[in-house]
Structures are given as structure tokens and as C-alpha cells.
Design a protein around this ligand. Structure first.
Ligand code: 4AD
Ligand code: MG
Length: 471
């Protein structure tokens, strides 16, 4: 097999310093640019394994017909570049084969600056741009590091379902799975036989796998997943997608929400550490280091509201939406908290009002300091720019309290003991229920933050958001 360009350029077995040494080599790659001169031609060749191209030195005959975007296999001698050149090595070609041509008249990614908006119109091609291919490698690296992190701690990786029968978050942002059988045209015979629906009643694409993870955490202990999730949110922002990956974790036999926060903190610090030590860390010039900070502030929601109110009163900031304990945090509030309280590290905000959170959350351990209303043992993790990257909570594990809370929210049907598609979830509290909690990390938001990319649509190769799903 042929070496990647990364292994050629960053190999630990470097060629000796003397200009005479060389190594015979064959590489596969794509032409990023060709510079043709009278006696020699220079082709920058990339293969997505590193941002830096390998420079191939060709004769005019070898370079004939080569153009940006073409796929090539080049054999030759790798030598140190003469002193003063931009690159350390160059490949003096003995054989150049064009494997796939790229018509220069039509290939859209010629060597020049392209705006993010322009590249977004061609998601099937933009990963050929070195920075975009770097983002793919960041994703791959992160998945493998997180997988080791959880394996080392004996968490079980699970595959919860994508098609579900309930809206976990209760926010009404579910995509309904279209029932194919009811959309078939009538048979040509003209006989209209009414087909049964595929599923008996409405099914949805999952907005969060949490409820299913809760079931599994009570069988095999701590579990985690990295799964696709879907939200029919009509939010046309730099942070919202209709389809995104969520890393979810559920811990059983935990009593305090702080234990869940500890896992989030350790996990993200471990990932940041691994990036710092890898070549990716150097290639990502904008990479955010804040996860490496030693301890991250933890404040309650009520404290956060007081900080925001004080900042306004002292005219340090003028929010579009006035901070209000009953209304939750707006993005502008989260940004302010992340930037001022965090001072360069991420910030946990805990214990939000029960009224603005989903039905499954456990009440806070102590409400003594809070006079505004009941709160729940939950948290969000905030970082600058992206704002919320993680949301989690302790779950109500006591049957009576869960049932009472669901009834209060009007989730019961008929007999008042029937919770329809959530009966199985209530059942979990009947037998061997244990205190537990967990979180969901917006994986694409995390990658956007780590890479210093301001819009999540650049992090996902084929992004889907309101009104957009072309390719
Ligand atoms: O805060 P959320 O809604 O929490 C849950 O769904 C919980 N059931 C998770 C759990 O406890 N297991 O979503 C979790 C994270 C958010 O913090 C955010 O980072 C990300 O998912 N997220 C989105 N990312 C991209 N596009 C969207 N439309 C997102 N909605 C949420
Ligand atoms: Mg949330």
C-alpha cells in the first residue's frame, strides 16, 4: 500500500540532512495546483491526510494535461528541498499517471479563496479543500478518543433506536415518520383495498435517546452512545441543525448531579488533551484550549440570573431580552455568562426552574436558597460563541413522584394511570429503580467550538436545516 502524504511529510524517520540522500516512493493524491515553468513544473499534491501538500517536481512532458482536482499516482525519489524553500521535501517524479482527470474549465474548486457560503453550495466537493478535510479528521479523531475514554471506564456503548414513539423532550420538535404504505397509489385493478398503516400509530425520528438509555443503564450500568438525532426546529441559526449527532451518557447509582458534571468535565478535558498532543492540534490554528483549564466554574441558574441583572443595572451590558427567572436563558445571556463568569473556561449552570424543563427531571436537592420557584437538578455547559454544548440532569427515579409530575403536565390519558407511549418508561420505576442521571452533548457544536468554526453548517459535511436538504 502507498504511504499517505502525512506519513511522508511528518514521518519520524526523516531523510538524513545531506542533500544527496533520497528515498524511492509512490503516492496517490489529488492535484491542488500546478505551476508550469520552462524546464520544471511543480505540482502540489494533497490526499486529505494533512493540510500541507507534497510538492512534486515534474518535467513539462510529465505535467502535460495535469490540472487542479485531477487524481494522480506519482512515483519518484523523495529528496530534501534546497535550503530556503517553503517545504522540507519534494518528490522528483519518474512516473506520473493521471487516474481521473478534472476539466479545468468546469472544476469549481480552483486554487483561490472560496467563501464558506460558496463552498456550502457544493457539499459533495468541499471536503477536498484542506481545511474541510481537516474537520473530517477532527471528527474521526474525537470519536475514537471518546470511545477509548468510555471503554477505559467500563461504560457500555449502546445503539438506542432512531424511530421512536414519543417526544423525549416534549418540545414538539419531532419529525413524524411518513407512513409509506398509506401513500401508495391505488392498484391498477381499481380494487381499493385499504392497507393497514405500517406502524399502528404515529412514530417519530428521535430527538434524544435518553429515555432508552435510562432503561439500559438499569441493566448493564453506565452506558453511552453517539447517535443521530433530529429536530424540526425552525431555528435558522449558526448553532441549529435538523439532523445532528448527540453523544449521550447515562449513569446509574449516582446521587448528585455534580457526579454527572464531573464526567462531562473529565471527558472534554481528556479530548482536548489528546488534541493538544496530536498533529491535528497544530493544524487547527484556531483550536480552542479552554477545556484544558483546571477547574470550571459551577453556578446555579438563580445566581446566573442575578449576575445578568446586576450587569444590566451596572450598565455593563444592554440585553435585548431582560433576564427573567421564569423565562430561562437567551443565547445573549449564555454568551455573556460564558465570557464573563468563565474567563476562558467553560461554565456549568445548574438548577433551572422546573416549569421550563422536561417532565423527567429530579427536583433539586435543596431549594432553600431559591424563593422564585421550584428548581430541578439539571445543568447546561456553556462555552463562548457556541453557548450551550451540553445539557443534562438527574432523572426522577421515584414512581409516585414521576407519575404525579406527568399528570400535572397533562400527560396522562383516560384512566389517569395510562401514559400511552411512555408506559414503558413509567414501568422502569416499578422494579429496581435506582437514582440516575446523564447528559447529551451536541457533538457537532462541540466540534465547531474545538475547530473555531463559527457556523455548525461548516462542521457537518451534508448539513440539514430548515428548508435545506439538497445533497
Ligand atoms: O439540551 P438538549 O435538548 O437535551 C436533551 O435532549 C437531553 N435529553 C439530553 C440528555 O440528558 N441525555 O440537547 C442536548 C444537546 C444540547 O446541549 C446541544 O448541544 C445539542 O444537543 N443540540 C443541538 N445541536 C445542533 N442542532 C440542534 N438543533 C440542537 N439541539 C440540541
Ligand atoms: Mg438544552
Amino acid at each position: 500500500s502507498k504511504p499517505s502524504i502525512a506519513s511522508v511529510l511528518h514521518s519520524t524517520e526523516q531523510l538524513p540532512q545531506d542533500s544527496e540522500s533520497s528515498k524511492s516512493l509512490t503516492i496517490n493524491g489529488f492535484i491542488r495546483s500546478v505551476r508550469k515553468q520552462k524546464r520544471f513544473c511543480f505540482a502540489a499534491v494533497g490526499d486529505g491526510s494533512t493540510v500541507q501538500p507534497l510538492q512534486a517536481v515534474l518535467t513539462p512532458a510529465q505535467a502535460e494535461g495535469l490540472s487542479t482536482g485531477a487524481a494522480v499516482t506519482i512515483s519518484g525519489l523523495l529528496k530534501r528541498s534546497p535550503a530556503g524553500k517553503q517545504q522540507d521535501y519534494e518528490l522528483h517524479a519518474s512516473d506520473v499517471r493521471t487516474i481521473g482527470e478534472a476539466d479545468p474549465a468546469s472544476y469549481p474548486l480552483q486554487k483561490k479563496y472560496h467563501t464558506a457560503e460558496f463552498l456550502r453550495t457544493m457539499p459533495h466537493l468541499r471536503t477536498r479543500i484542506p481545511f474541510n478535510s481537516l474537520l473530517l479528521r477532527l471528527r474521526s479523531h474525537s470519536i475514537s478518543r471518546l470511545t477509548s475514554f468510555f471503554a477505559d471506564r467500563n461504560f457500555v456503548q449502546v445503539h438506542p433506536p432512531i424511530i421512536t414513539s414519543s417526544d423525549c423532550e416534549g418540545a414538539g420538535e419531532v419529525f413524524t415518520v411518513a407512513d409509506q404504505s398509506s401513500q401508495k397509489p391505488p392498484p391498477p385493478s381499481g380494487q381499493h383495498r385499504r392497507e393497514e398503516p405500517f406502524f399502528r400509530d404515529s412514530k417519530y425520528l428521535t430527538v434524544s435517546t435518553q429515555l432508552h438509555l435510562e432503561a439500559l443503564a438499569q441493566s448493564v450500568g453506565n452506558v453511552w452512545t453517539l447517535s443521530p438525532t433530529f429536530r424540526a426546529e425552525k431555528s435558522d441559526t449558526a448553532r441549529h441543525l435538523s439532523e445532528f449527532y448527540m453523544l449521550e451518557v447515562e449513569l446509574s447509582f449516582v446521587d448528585k448531579v455534580g457526579e454527572v458534571l464531573d464526567v462531562v468535565e473529565d471527558m472534554l478535558r481528556d479530548l482536548a488533551q489528546s488534541l493538544q498532543e496530536s498533529r491535528l492540534g497544530k493544524e487547527l490554528l484556531q483550536a480552542k484550549r479552554s477545556f484544558l483549564k483546571e477547574s470550571w466554574p459551577r453556578i446555579t441558574y438563580t445566581e446566573a440570573i442575578r449576575i445578568l441583572e446586576r450587569a444590566e443595572a451596572e450598565q455593563k451590558v444592554d440585553f435585548e431580552f431582560k433576564p427573567d427567572w421564569n423565562n430561562g436563558l437567551q443565547a445573549e445571556h449564555e454568551k455573556y455568562l460564558a465570557e464573563t463568569v468563565g474567563k476562558g473556561s467553560p461554565v456549568f449552570v445548574t438548577d433551572y426552574p422546573q416549569a421550563i424543563k422536561p417532565f423527567y427531571m429530579l427536583p433539586s436537592a435543596s431549594d432553600e436558597t431559591v424563593t422564585d420557584g421550584p428548581t430541578v437538578a439539571c445543568f447546561d455547559l456553556l462555552v463562548p460563541e457556541i453557548c450551550e454544548v451540553v445539557g443534562g440532569s438527574m432523572r426522577e427515579h421515584r414512581l409516585q413522584q414521576l407519575v404525579a409530575g406527568m399528570k400535572n403536565r397533562g400527560m396522562a390519558k383516560g384512566t389517569q394511570q395510562d401514559f400511552g407511549s411512555l408506559n414503558w418508561y413509567v414501568d422502569l420505576r416499578k422494579w429496581g429503580s435506582v437514582p440516575h442521571g446523564g447528559f447529551g452533548l451536541g457533538f457537532d457544536r462541540l466540534l465547531a467550538y474545538l475547530a473555531g468554526v463559527s457556523n455548525i453548517r461548516e462542521i457537518v459535511t451534508f448539513p440539514r436545516w430548515v428548508g435545506r436538504c439538497e445533497c
